[in-house]
Design a protein around this ligand. Structure first.
Ligand SMILES: *[C@@H]1O[C@H](CO)[C@@H](O)[C@H](O)[C@H]1NC(C)=O
Length: 153
């Protein structure tokens, strides 16, 4: 009986397990970003390092878990924003409502962002009844949490 050269077996196992790990980490890291984009939002609304998420596609109710709170500086006006370890809300095509867990610093105060709407070109952030509009292209990449290395790099 011919034995398969051991090196091939080794190489096969090596690449197979590497491919498996790669697809698993893609699944864990890309899921929430892809999901966000499928609802018409740019992925840069979320910082890097979302560890897990759940979504009910019928009701749109979601929750995201970052492991710990995260602080980022948002373009273009360098607003400071914080993400709580858990972010919840309700998402439908082009609209996030009942949002909890994202705050922005402006006018010497922290404001909880309660909703976000997307028109494709622009994002409209809602803080209660007050709104602010920014081009979506400012959010085409996920910011890294300050003082924490990105889990994906
Ligand atoms: C998802 O939402 C729908 C509509 O609100 C509800 O009927 C269903 O039970 C929810 N599913 C889960 C798994 O929570």
């Amino acid at each position: 009986m011919a034995t398969f050269p051991r090196i091939f077996v080794f190489l096969f196992l090596f690449f197979f397990s590497a491919a498996l790990q790669f697809s698993q980490s893609l699944g864990a890291n890309e899921g929430p970003y892809k999901e966000l984009m499928s609802y018409g939002f740019p992925l840069g609304l979320l910082p890097t390092g979302v560890s897990s998420y759940t979504i009910n596609r019928t009701s749109g109710v979601f929750s995201l878990h970052l492991g710990e709170s995260c602080r980022v500086t948002l373009p273009p006006d360098n607003y400071l924003a914080t993400y709580s370890p858990t972010i919840t809300g309700k998402i439908v095509e082009n609209r996030i409502a009942e949002l909890q867990g994202i705050s922005v610093r402006a006018f010497f105060k922290w404001w909880g962002i309660t909703g976000i709407r997307s028109s494709g070109q622009d994002l409209v952030f809602e803080v209660g009844v007050v709104t602010a509009k920014y081009p979506s292209k400012n959010f085409d990449r996920s910011p890294d949490c300050e003082g924490r290395r990105s889990a994906s790099s």
